[in-house]
Every structure is written in C-alpha cells, then in structure tokens.
Design a binder for this molecule. Structure first.
Ligand code: ADE
Length: 247
C-alpha cells in the first residue's frame, strides 16, 4: 500500500514514520511513504504558498494552486504506475484524497480497515488557518479528523492515521493474529496480558493463564474483555451487544 502525504513539512512526516514497525514495513516493501512538499509546486517566485483570507480575519490560508498541482502530480504518478501494470485507470489515477481536518468525520478502527483496502491513499495536511475551499471541493474525497481538538497542522493526524492503517496491511505485523485479538476487534477492548515473572511485587499472574487449558484461557479472556468494555467504554459495550443480536 502506498501513502502519499501532501505537506509543507515532509521531513516531519518522514521522521515520524521511519522507525519501529512502520519503518520496517517500508523497508520490506509492504508499504511506501511518499512525502510531497507542496511548496515545490508553487508558481510564486518567492516560494509562497499562503495568503490572506478574503473578507478579512486573522491568519493565512493555504492557496489553491500549489495544493492542486501537488495533488495532480501525485495522481498522475499513480495513474502512470497503474497503466504500466495494465490496470484500468480512472480519471486522474483515481486515488482517494483525505483532507485531515477537525471538521472531518472522526477517525475510528472501521475507517482504518476500509482505507487499508486501498492501493494508494493521498493525505492532505493543512496548515495556518486552513486551505482555500475551492481546491478542497476539487480534489478531496474524504475529510477526516482524529478527534475533537485542534492541532497546529495536519501532519500529526496524518501520521496517526497512517500508523493505524498500515498495521492492518497484510505482512506489516509479524503476528497477524494480534490484529484479531486487540482492542476494537468485535467492538471489545483487549483483555489484560501478563509476561514473566509469575509473581511481581506480590502480584500473581491469574491462575487460569498457567493452566495450559486453551479453551479455559479463551473463555477467561473473552469474559475479561466484556467486563472491561462494559466498565470503561459503555458506548462500545452497547455496540457489542447490538452486533451479537444481529449474528
Ligand atoms: N488538523 C488540526 N487538528 C486536527 C484534528 N484534530 N484532526 C485532523 N486534522 C487536524
């Protein structure tokens, strides 16, 4: 899967995504991270990408032209690659373009799963007071927020989303089973886990986990997940009950 990030701070995104599991996944070719500097596409001779807002008000706005041209360049690269591989090409490469913004739909695990099914994803990171509305209307297919708080730019939200999506791409996690047991799978939070030693500061590992009885362990884990979800996330617990009724 290929992530293309349209940003004014490509080094921030690359720094953030080159370590640990996501970094290794890039090295191994399960994913690629392409940070595109919007400033490289401005036609302004001083390299300007922002300007005052019409109608007045504080702050600067990212202008339409450099954002549009950066996005089109990426869509064309995608189209060229797909053409080479003999795929049917939709207009402009046809990759989804996500604008990360506090005004978007709140990101969640089901959305991460849906995006993980895409071959290419373009993420547009805003800065300053935002982006000229006309270019958003022209290029954006999805608007996504990572929560009800405002950050100084879209880079951190884009990294959060890429991390959550990339780990669902087959091969990225060494142990694919862990994506099936973790929090939010089946709308349940993950059960508590323990490693050696058996006793630490007087606290024992629950006896059932030492029993070797896998059926009992599974039963205990499910009960723990259900109890935890009910106590910590009643909203998710309601969803879990509703999903169970429909199976
Ligand atoms: N840009 C600034 N704040 C944001 C948020 N909470 N989610 C997505 N993009 C943002």
């Amino acid at each position: 899967m290929n992530f293309h990030i349209l940003t004014l701070f490509p080094e921030m995104v690359l720094q953030g995504l080159h370590t640990s599991i996501i970094g290794r996944a890039s090295e191994k070719g399960y994913i690629s991270v392409n940070a595109v500097n919007i400033r490289d596409y401005t036609l302004d001779k001083h390299g300007k990408v922002d300007d005052y807002t019409y109608g007045g008000g504080a702050g600067m706005l990212m202008q339409a032209q450099p954002v549009y041209d950066a996005c089109m360049a990426v869509q064309e690269q995608i189209a060229a690659r797909r053409r080479e591989s003999g795929a049917r090409i939709e207009q402009n490469g046809g990759a989804r373009v996500i604008y990360v913004t506090p005004q978007g739909k709140t990101f969640h695990q089901d959305m991460a799963k849906e995006f993980a099914g895409e071959e290419d994803l373009i993420l547009l990171c805003g800065h300053y007071e935002g982006v000229d509305e006309r270019v958003l209307e022209e290029i954006v297919t999805d608007q996504v927020s990572i929560g009800d708080y405002v950050l100084t730019g879209g880079e951190l939200p884009a990294m959060v989303m890429i991390d959550a999506i990339a780990r669902l791409v087959p091969g990225v996690l060494h142990n694919d089973a862990s994506a099936l047991t973790e929090s939010f799978h089946n709308s349940l939070l993950e059960y508590p886990q323990y490693s050696r030693p058996e006793v630490w500061r007087g606290r024992r590992v629950p006896e059932v986990l030492l029993s070797g009885d896998h059926a009992k362990v599974d039963e205990w884990r499910l009960a723990q997940s259900v109890e935890r979800t009910k106590r910590l996330r009643p909203d998710l617990y309601e969803r879990y009950l509703a999903e169970r009724e429909t199976v």
